[in-house]
Design a protein. Structure first.
Length: 193
């Protein structure tokens, strides 16, 4: 009888599969409606691996949120105000599958986990401050910070409406379609008068 060679696990690949499956589920169904079994089934792995790589459902949600924060920071970086509408449009229209703009929609999801919610709020606060600074205002200017947060609220609202409502033509608008109206919004709220 020949001995079988044990199958080697690829921890990095398994972790990435779980993150991608969780990102899809959390974005589409929300934190409360998503089970670890759903995520493991979607990833095609044993549910016990969630505990191994992420400790818990909360840890996996936090990892998804951190991944989304990193992706938003990577794709927006130090975007000048003149390029902000394009950066927002890219986030709203993608990256996504099945019409779900993961990173923005996931920011709206609350987990009930204090650490994950703190990461979410820190990103939103940071993005608002960067937008205000890009507009030429001091970081601590409350009026401009409010205006920047309104732009951010509009962007996340657009992402949510695209995901949940099927409201046309918004739901099928491309990034290119969104740039002009977003430019009007950014210019109206962020340009010094």
């Amino acid at each position: 009888m020949a001995a079988t060679t044990p199958r080697r696990r690829d921890a990095t690949k398994t972790r990435q599969l779980l993150l991608e499956a969780a990102l899809q589920r959390f974005t589409r169904d929300g934190y409360a409606a998503t089970t670890v079994r759903d995520i493991a089934d979607d990833a095609g792995v044993n549910v016990a691996l969630i505990s191994r790589y992420f400790k818990s459902k909360e840890g996996l949600f936090e990892a998804c949120l951190t991944s989304s924060v990193d992706e938003i920071r990577r794709t927006t970086g130090d975007t000048p105000l003149s390029r902000t509408p394009e950066a927002i449009a890219r986030q709203i229209a993608g990256p996504c599958t099945e019409g779900l703009p993961h990173h923005l929609v996931l920011l709206l999801r609350s987990s009930g986990d204090e650490a994950a919610d703190r990461i979410r709020l820190d990103l939103l606060r940071s993005y608002g401050q960067r937008l205000a600074v890009a507009a030429g205002w001091p970081e601590d200017d409350e009026t401009m910070l409010l205006r920047a947060q309104i732009v951010l609220a509009a962007a996340t609202g657009i992402a949510l409406l695209r995901t949940k409502s099927g409201l046309e033509p918004l739901a099928s608008a491309t990034a290119e379609d969104l740039v002009a109206p977003l430019r009007d919004l950014v210019d109206a709220l962020m340009t010094k008068r």
